[in-house]
Each structure stands twice: as C-alpha cells, then as structure tokens.
Design a protein around this ligand. Structure first.
Ligand code: NAD
Ligand code: WQD
Length: 345
C-alpha cells in the first residue's frame, strides 16, 4: 500500500513529556514523522527511548528551549515540517500563582517565538495544547466550545492568552495559518505497554498520579479535597480522558489541518462523562487490587464542583471520539506506576 503520509515531518514541542510521548506514538502509527524539541524541564530523554522501544522508531530529538529562536531556526532548517504540535509548557496551577512571570515567559513569550519562527519558515499549521481551564467555573455542564472563557490563575491565563494571540494571527487578511486549539479535559492513563506514562516531579498535584503513588506505597494517603459539593457523592466531578485517546485526537486534528483552508478551529477533547473523586478511587482500587487510603480534607482553593465536556464538535468535525473507558484508564495508570514505581528515574 502506498504511504500517502511519507516524509510528513511534524515538529513536536514538549514531545518528551506525558502527552507528547503518547502523541509521538500515534503520529508514527498514522505515518507522520515526529521530530521532538524539549528542554527537559519536566521530563527525561529516556521517555523517548521508551517510545523507540514501543514503536521501533528512534525519533530525532533536540534539547532546546522553545523560546530560543536561533536554536529553533536551526531545527526548522533541517526538516520540511508540515506542521507543529505545541505541547511545551509549564502546567502546575499552584506554581503558576507563585511564579507568574516564569509561567507567562515560558507559556506565552516562548509560544510567540515559536510562532514567529514558524512564520519565517513558512510553516503555518499549528496544534496548540489548551485546557478546559479556560472555561473557568462554567455556568452548566456539559461544556461546549462556545461557552464563555475566564481564568482564575496565571496558568489558565497563559493558555487563554495564547488562544487569543493565535486567533488574532488567523484573522490577518490572507493569513495562511491553520490553527487548532485543543482544550483538554483531564488526561489520565498511560500506554498499554506500561513503558511510558505520567511522571510528575515532586508530589503530584493531580488526582490520578497521586492515587497511583498512594497505591504503590510512595505516598501514605490521598487527601480528598472536599466532600460537600453538589455532586453524586459530594466530591468533585471531572471528565477524565485516556491519554491515548487524547493523542489520537491530535492526529485527527492534524489530518484535518492538512486539507483545511486557513482557519482557527477550537475543540474540546473530553469523553462527555464525569466521574467523582471517590468513583475514581474505587475504580483504581478494583483495577489494582490494592486499597487506597484517603482522608477528606477541606476544598482546594479554586476548584469547581464539576466539569465535563460536550465532545460533539470533535466527533462531527474531526471524526474523533474517546474510545477507552474508565477501566482502561485506571488499569493502564496502574500498570505504568507499578512497573515504574519511581517513574523514569
Ligand atoms: P509535561 O510537563 O509532561 O510535558 C510538557 C513538556 O514540555 C515537558 O517535557 C517539558 O520539559 C517541556 N517544556 C516545557 N517548557 C518548555 C520550553 N520552554 N521549551 C521546551 N520544552 C519545554 O506536560 P503534559 O501533561 O504532557 O502537557 C502537555 C501540554 O498540555 C502542556 O502545554 C499543558 O499545559 C497542556 N495540558 C496538560 C493537561 C494535563 O492535565 N496534563 C491538561 C490540559 C492541558
Ligand atoms: C481532579 C479532582 C480535585 C488531587 C487540573 C488543572 C487543569 C488541567 C487538568 C492542565 C478535583 C480532586 C485532586 C488530590 C483531590 N491541567 N483532587 N485530591 O483540578 O480538575 O484540573 O488538571 O491544563 O487546568 O486545573 O485536576 O487532577 O488536580 O483534580 O481530591 O490530591 O480531584 O479537587 O476535584 P483539575 P486534578
């Protein structure tokens, strides 16, 4: 069979990280050729060795900061990229509150540099990792793409700023830009091989890595942030999406941009279903066959009661729906964590 995607090089910024590694595998499976740039500020190069073990392909890797225009230009001069998947970014909400300048510099200013270099080099297809955090505290659920946006912390603001910048870039008359803003809900799970997964540095902020580390004995007990929300059991409800489904969503988005006229498209990547903290804990315990001790704590500042996507637009326009359910999410998280109790260390 003819491979119609032959020599379709794709730049993957932040490709050594959690979502980037999984997306590289799906890009390869779809016939694209990822090239990774990452400054390894929140990842390790070994993650790409694991990608090679899974896929049989050693992905070209450049250790550089996306804010370094010269270094980026050098990479752009080596490959005829069809597009860029821009994952590189800092993502800890609490940290963004104490280090706003670092977050705006890294997430906004570096993205400007990337976009400028792309424009210079005539590469104008871009997929940006946005977040459901741009919906703030939504008036209702499920959340569709036309809901109003607002943010409560510098991390969320950095995502919304980049969205605004990219929308403006696409509005320029005769712009050639084809941009897709993907708003992820709560990515969890890991590749079925158990070779790659989420490897947070320090104590995890997010629920699933915390639960996994309690299950593996690295942390003592989970703190459940509030059990008095107006939800099924009083604990917060989120739209957890398997990272492999999320990765496939990026391939579908790239496929669409390959044939699209200049545009700026926005899609939710979520399942459309919400699970509570305690439902997640129970599912994880069943998959892992271990007990996850927890203690109810006060609500975490800034948290909302529930958040889940209306995923219909991605289904209708990208032909994408999340396929992997809760059992796979927790089983795969556990496989990764139990095979790699210290992450990539
Ligand atoms: P991650 O930290 O595992 O991956 C991000 C990667 O980017 C890391 O490898 C890091 O070293 C790299 N990086 C950061 N700044 C860089 C820079 N200036 N230059 C080069 N490399 C840089 O995070 P992830 O979970 O894979 O998230 C990927 C993207 O998706 C991020 O932009 C994040 O904000 C966004 N996102 C993540 C979630 C989530 O819950 N994981 C949800 C919504 C959106
Ligand atoms: C999920 C639920 C917590 C930890 C964050 C970012 C968002 C996006 C995804 C990047 C909530 C509860 C959590 C714990 C708990 N990231 N919880 N104990 O807050 O929905 O979203 O990650 O874009 O921007 O804000 O995810 O995993 O932190 O929390 O009870 O130790 O688990 O209260 O209800 P969140 P989370």
């Amino acid at each position: 069979m003819v491979n119609t995607n032959a020599q379709k090089f794709v730049l993957v910024t932040g490709g050594a990280g959690y979502i980037g590694t999984h997306t590289c595998i799906e890009l390869l499976a779809a016939g694209y050729q990822p090239v990774v740039v990452d400054n390894l500020c929140n990842s390790r190069e070994i993650s790409l060795d694991r990608v090679a073990a899974i896929s049989g392909v050693k992905i070209p890797f450049y250790s550089l900061d996306v804010g370094n225009a010269e270094a980026l230009r050098e990479v752009f001069s080596r490959y005829d990229f069809v597009g860029v998947l821009h994952f590189a970014g800092l993502k800890a909400v609490g940290e963004s509150v104490t280090q706003p300048l670092r977050y705006y510099q890294n997430n906004v200013a570096a993205t400007l540099v990337l976009a400028q270099v792309m424009q210079e080099c005539g590469v104008e297809r871009l997929i940006f990792s946005s977040s459901a955090t741009v919906y703030g505290d939504p008036a209702s659920v499920p959340i569709s793409e036309d809901f109003p946006t607002s943010t409560t912390n510098p991390y969320g603001a950095s995502k919304l700023m980049v969205e605004d910048i990219l929308r403006d870039v696409c509005k320029v008359p005769n712009s050639g830009w084809k941009v897709c803003l993907l708003r992820y809900f709560n990515p969890v799970g890991a590749h079925i091989s158990g070779l790659i997964g989420e490897d947070p540095s320090g104590t995890p902020n997010n629920l699933m890595p915390y639960v996994s580390q309690v299950a593996v004995g690295k942390l003592k007990q989970l703190g459940v942030f509030g059990d008095d929300y107006d939800t099924i059991d009083g604990t917060g409800v989120r739209d957890y999406i398997h990272v492999v489904d999320l990765a496939i969503g990026h391939v579908k988005a790239l496929d669409k941009l390959m044939t699209e006229q200049p545009c700026c498209l926005t899609y939710n990547l979520g399942t459309g279903s919400g699970y509570s903290v305690l439902q997640m804990v129970k599912a994880f315990e069943q998959a892992a066959g271990v007990c996850v001790p927890y203690k109810v704590m006060p609500r975490r500042a800034g948290d909302i009661a529930q958040c889940y996507a209306d995923p219909v637009m991605a289904r209708d326009e990208l032909g994408w729906t999340a396929e992997l359910g809760l059992e796979r999410m927790v089983a795969d998280s556990w496989r990764w964590q139990s095979n790699n109790p210290k992450g990539y260390e």
